[in-house]
Design a protein around this ligand. Structure first.
Ligand code: HEC
Length: 209
């Protein structure tokens, strides 16, 4: 607490950065609780480092605090790369897709949905970097659990809700295309209409048929 009072500017900046990190992580689909834990961990490591740095020296000035925080951020950022979760990027076999109405319908589905609901997920390079890798793994597990179009023939899951979730705007999730992420998944109005029409003519993807 003393340290906080002694460094009001740093405390303010650190608080602003932490709040900003939480807001951004919510907006791009990185679970805020995970971000909060990482921030907390960084704080604990920084505190430990700071005590070592200033032991037996004058503690005035913000230099040691900034150094401790920066070092802690690097240590945590590197350390979490050792967590294996999210690195496998497993894609199971494609055993039976829907009988797509036409090639365009499949193409639009691949662009907007396959990165979470198929066994043909394309993992960009940054999906190997924690904590992004964790978020991707969680979304793909969750998405496949609802519906996996690659195994539709044997396990349709929630596939009959496909048209509905596109029309109500809940899929693809807003975080997926925010800030210019995954531009190929952001369908124009015309593309969305074409996709809905195609899905309505594909058995099992709307409640109508
Ligand atoms: C970034 C990953 C991601 C993308 C891309 C994505 N989804 Fe999902 N989808 C999820 C997750 C996670 C869930 C489960 C949680 C939820 O419902 O929000 C889900 C749930 C669903 C469900 C079941 C929900 C219900 O109400 O029955 C359907 C159907 C669905 N998605 C279809 C689609 C379609 C169609 C697209 C493409 C237009 C798409 N999704 C794109 C991640 C994704």
């Amino acid at each position: 607490m003393n340290a906080l009072r002694r460094h009001p500017v740093i405390t303010g900046v650190v608080t602003a950065v932490a709040v900003g990190a939480l807001v951004v992580s919510e907006l791009v689909g990185l679970a805020p609780p995970i971000t909060a834990v990482l921030l907390g961990l960084t704080g604990v490591v920084a505190y430990g480092l700071h005590r070592r740095l200033v032991r037996g020296r004058a503690t005035r000035g913000s230099g040691p605090v900034v150094v401790s925080l920066a070092l802690a951020a690097v240590i945590v950022a590197v350390g979490i790369q050792l967590v294996p979760f999210g690195r496998a990027h497993a894609n199971g076999p494609v055993t039976g897709e829907p009988a797509w109405a036409d090639a365009q319908t499949r193409d639009l589905m691949v662009r907007a949905c396959y990165d979470c609901h198929s066994n043909e997920v394309e993992y960009p390079a940054y999906a190997s970097i924690a904590p992004i890798s964790w978020a991707v793994e969680l979304h793909v597990n969750d998405g496949r659990g609802e519906v996996n179009y690659s195994t539709f023939a044997t396990d349709p899951g929630a596939a009959e809700d496909s048209v509905e979730v596109i029309l109500d705007g809940s899929m693809p999730p807003a975080y997926f295309t925010r800030f210019g992420l995954h531009p190929e998944a952001k369908l124009t109005d015309a593309e969305r209409d074409a996709l809905v029409a195609g899905l309505r003519s594909t058995p099992g993807l709307s409640e109508e048929r």
